[in-house]
Write a protein that binds this ligand. Structure first.
Ligand SMILES: Cc1ncc(COP(=O)(O)O)c(C=O)c1O
Length: 461
């Protein structure tokens, strides 16, 4: 088959339907209609094969931080590929990975100084759990293997990462999963249990203490790590209550458990800082990252670990018996370095910090709609929870959710020119995570499209 760019729209449709397997997608949804085909991007916009423009309100999949169509990132890839397209990090180094590891160590909080590259977020989570297990074995704490994570939290799809994931609906087809995944409540204050719903601080103390209770229930000497996102994506942007992470940090210290900050979404400016843990002022033992590190111009992920965690592997014949062929790929590493240059030159973090209040205020306007129950998030990362009754916070049942989200909202928002995500993996939410170059004009565009589509959705209930 030749260059796909030369195919007509009709040929692309036919070939996509016959040969391409879309991820997490009900393929039958396209039996009677077209598969959306996105062909190019520019800034915060992308264009389909018929030339129609969409505002990329999800940055692809929480990825395109500096926006689309940056030729300097493409050129960095081309230059590196011409010089050294590939060499592994198995017993060798190459300059791009070395420089990127140094840069990430410089940006990461505290003594997070050592970088283990992967190609994706799932591999980063998988690697962090494997490191936690291997580290404790090196220290003679043989029984520590369990991981604690939060209800509904998504941490990836490989078997280990899926066992860390808190979304029970995506697991049964793949069971049995590796043992040791333990769930605790998330920080959805909108749906806080009655007895802690009076103040966010009180709710945060309870939610953090639930981690301690889980450690005690499981037996502390069996628990290796707690995996938390700075702001939990799945379920719709659950921000941490004030003091939550500080309390979790001290609980982890008390029981010798590692704190892993899964920043696959929250790093590289999503929350206005290089790392989400920086925004909320806590020191993780491991940060996992992917997505925004290259703004999607090439795939890359990894984990950044504290000095103490690598020490047992720096002497004698100790080895972390783990590796991935394409991890820290030279092209991806060079692109990540160029991406971080753009961050500095164009003051990307400053743009998020300077505009986030405007983004919030613009989305908050939607609260006057009867279907909007909550608007929550931080930085350039928001979730809008949809409800059947604002006063009682009654949510939609499965059938209604199916009709509303899959049957109407997803298509209607896309047809109206906004790419975002209508997600029903928890209570129904619309997720927004636009490129970090967006400004007020883009926030207004999102608000106007959401207002008109959500108003129509309400009339269909
Ligand atoms: C918090 C978090 N961890 C891990 C992953 C998995 O990343 P990937 O899809 O690159 O494997 C994701 C993906 O969205 C994520 O949001």
């Amino acid at each position: 088959m030749g260059d796909t760019v030369t195919l007509s729209s009709e040929e692309l449709q036919e070939a996509a339907k016959q040969h391409l397997w879309l991820h997490f997608t009900r393929m039958s949804a396209y039996n009677g209609g077209d598969v959306p085909v996105i062909v190019r991007g520019s800034g915060p916009y992308v264009y389909d094969d018929k030339g129609k423009r969409y505002l990329d309100g999800l940055a692809g999949l929480f990825v395109s931080m500096v926006g689309h169509g940056r030729t300097e990132l493409a050129e960095a890839a081309s230059k590196q590929a011409s010089e050294l397209a590939y060499f592994p990090l198995w017993s060798y180094a190459h300059p791009a990975a070395v420089q990127l590891a140094s840069k990430l160590a410089e940006l990461a909080p505290g003594d997070l100084n050592r970088v283990f590259f992967t190609t994706s977020g799932s591999e980063a989570v998988e690697s962090a759990w494997k490191l936690a297990k291997a580290y404790f074995k090196q220290k003679g704490e043989w029984s520590r293997y369990k991981v604690i994570s939060r209800e509904w939290a998504y941490h990836g799809t490989s078997m280990g990462a899926l066992a860390v994931t808190g979304l029970s609906s995506i697991k049964p087809d793949f069971e049995p999963l590796p043992p040791g995944g333990v769930r605790v409540p998330n920080t959805n204050f909108y749906r806080a249990p009655e007895f802690v719903s009076a103040s966010e601080e009180e709710f945060g103390v309870w939610a953090a203490d639930e981690i301690e209770r889980a450690i005690l229930r499981e037996e502390p000497s069996s628990v290796a790590a707690v995996f938390l996102e700075p702001v939990q994506n799945s379920g719709g942007c659950f921000t941490p209550p004030p003091g939550y992470f500080q309390r979790v940090r001290s609980i982890c210290d008390k029981y010798g458990v590692l704190l892993v900050s899964d920043e696959v979404i929250c790093a590289f400016g999503r929350l206005g800082y290089y790392f989400g843990s920086e925004r909320y002022g806590y020191q993780p033992d491991i940060i996992t990252f992917a997505k925004g590190v290259t703004s999607g111009y090439s795939p890359l992920g990894g984990m950044i670990v504290r000095d103490e965690l690598v020490e047992p592997f720096l002497t004698g014949n100790a080895t972390f018996l783990h590796g991935i062929t394409f991890a820290g790929h030279p092209v991806s590493s060079a692109v990540a370095l160029a991406n971080l240059d753009v961050f500095e030159r164009d003051n990307i973090l400053g743009n998020v910090r300077g505009n986030e209040a405007g983004f919030r205020a613009t989305l908050e306007k939607l609260r006057d709609l009867p279907i909007v129950g909550d608007v929550r998030g931080a930085g350039y990362f928001y979730g809008i929870e949809l409800v059947k009754d604002k006063n009682t916070k009654e949510t939609f049942d499965d059938d209604e959710s199916e009709r509303l989200l899959r049957g109407f909202l997803s298509h209607a928002l896309f047809d109206a020119g906004l790419i975002c995500r209508a997600d029903d993996r928890g209570d129904p939410v619309i997720q927004l995570s636009p490129p970090l170059i967006c400004t007020q004009q883009h926030f207004d565009e999102m608000e106007q499209i959401l207002r008109s589509v959500l108003t129509e959705a309400w009339s269909k209930i």
